[in-house]
Design a protein around this ligand. Sequence first.
Ligand code: ADP
Ligand code: MG
Length: 701
Amino acid sequence: MNSNILQTPIDYLKGVGPNRADLLRKELGIHTYQDLINLFPNRYLDRTKYYKIKSLQRNNAEVQIIGQITRIQEVTQKRGKRLVATFQDDTGTMELVWFRGQKWIKENLKTNKPYVIFGKTNWYNGKFSMPHPDMELQETHEKNLRSSMQAIYPSTEKLSNKGITNRVMTKIMQQLFLETKGNFSETLNQKLLKDLNLIPKKEALFNAHFPKNQELLSRAQFRLKFEELFYIQLQLILKNLIHKSKIKGFPFKKVGNHFNTFFKDHLPFELTNAQKRVIKEIRNDLGSNAQMNRLLQGDVGSGKTIVALMSMFIAIDNGFQACLMAPTEILSVQHYNGLSEYCKSLNINIKLLTGSTKTSSRREIHESLENGELNILIGTHALLEDKVKFKNLGLAIIDEQHRFGVAQRSKLWKKNSSPPHILVMTATPIPRTLAMSVYGDLDISIIDELPPGRKSIKTVHRYDKNRLNVFKFIRDEIAKGRQVYIVYPLIQESSAMDYKDLMDGYESISRDFPMPEYQISIVHGKMKPADKDFEMQRFIKGETQIMVATTVIEVGVNVPNASVMIIESAERFGLSQLHQLRGRVGRGAEQSYCILMTSHKLSNDSKTRLETMVRTNDGFEIAEVDLKLRGPGDIMGTQQSGVLNLKIADIIKDKDILQHARHQAQQLLKLDPSLSHSENKVILETYRQLSKYKNIWNYIS
Ligand code: ADP
Ligand code: MG
């Protein structure tokens, strides 16, 4: 009913005007009344609580104090004038400071009258001071006090500099409720309101901004968070449903010769139960009429490659081609070598295409792809080039997908007249709650079991000064026939410092592990692909015992005989990177070790990361800690998914509500997939409104 008024530009609200509107747009993204009503407070201040000046702490928190101004004085300094007022209560004095708008303040402030001031205090020159306080005469303050809880709105430095203090924000918000009469239409249906005992929308909005009491505030927050998450889930699930019904896949009805022969005669090990389950899930998808869009999560070393291969067999058995794309040359080569070995006995034509493939063989590959002779193509993003055309690509697999951008993935998807089935594999586990919101429109398979016989990797943290002991340990392991990785951080490809560290490290290791007794490989990003490959191969073949490298080896490389991973300057790595690196060892039958080397200077976050690594090998547990440390922003996919633009819910803290919301959205769509029942009219309308005014999220699938 009043959705129209809610689209009114913010400039029209009384008390806003063009300047403030501009600030609100730029600083907080508030364009309309609707945006403003959805600007929810960060927190609430107990307005009945007053501090005494004597009891102020130097923690720079926001406080509310009652007192009087005894003196106002202009202080001239090099960079301009400021206005300083002495503020006093019955326990002491402090200063109030203004750098701007002094004239107005000087004319309007009254001395020796009780004021309530509110703001952050600074400790400066042996005194507390409060710059640009929010202040009000005590009598006005008490008259205005409708609730004991004061909303504190998100703000920016610019906003407070330009005088849009929290008090001003609150006034603007009051004006909004005045103009709209607080008469906001309901956006959930009766059933949800009743089943979940939710308060009506207008009551929720009012109490979120002007809480009458704690209980109503909690109920308001619950209702609004639920609603927000509910509509996101609704959108994700609907998208998935529409996708499944609209986009026809190639039904791979047969499980044929290649798959069966391989399974019976050539499988080098017994599949784990998790692998079996996941292959079954993929088989079901491929056999249905819908196009598969599946994310396969499995910790490093959990055996995703064989799952990929067997899925490709299904495509081939049904007369289609398949491809596997990996993020690095090294990894592509390794996949190619490994999979060619498996395919040898099966008469399958498999080729490798990377940036360094020679023109002549490139031409051959293009040809055999187009005439259908080639069954499997493995490679780097070279696969995405326009010249690479398939006769009938039926299945595209992307390994370690967090290395690829959305655009690259969607390009793969367009390689065929109608889209191939897509399987993306990742060893960076995403906590379930997040996966649910980010990939709500993908189906997810999880390998949650490592192949048998793996010993869990022993991880320790050592300081640089213990290096001699660490080197002795390396020597002992090499004497037992093992191989060792030593990894240096390379945070920026271009960083000269990092390369210097790497080369210095290499030199000192060469001194401590001299030839001919020891052979050392070195691999880093500035090397030519052919040289990299050469060094890598020497290590894989066991010709070198030590591999000194940057994080280029982070992803996927498989050398089962390597049992020690030394990570230099480990404090500089992120958790998921550390976990990935550690996953390079522990792939054989021997006990493996990971040693995290650091200096003594460690931030709290670094300490948490190191402790977590030492405590656990569980990728999901590590991902949860990572999520807590970094927030969801850095986790792949979140940028596209909109979970970061949440107005009130918090994807980590509100995961129970999220689960609730997802469940309710599923139930609703099960009964009424087209939202055509009359009782769901309000949901359909809200949903349409939301998709009209929000930028529609961009999913690859
Ligand atoms: P990731 O999931 O990290 O890609 P890989 O597919 O590279 O893991 O597998 C890691 C290692 O485990 C490989 O050497 C592979 O041959 C081996 N492997 C995979 N599955 C099994 C299994 N079921 N039993 C024993 N070894 C396995
Ligand atoms: Mg892998």
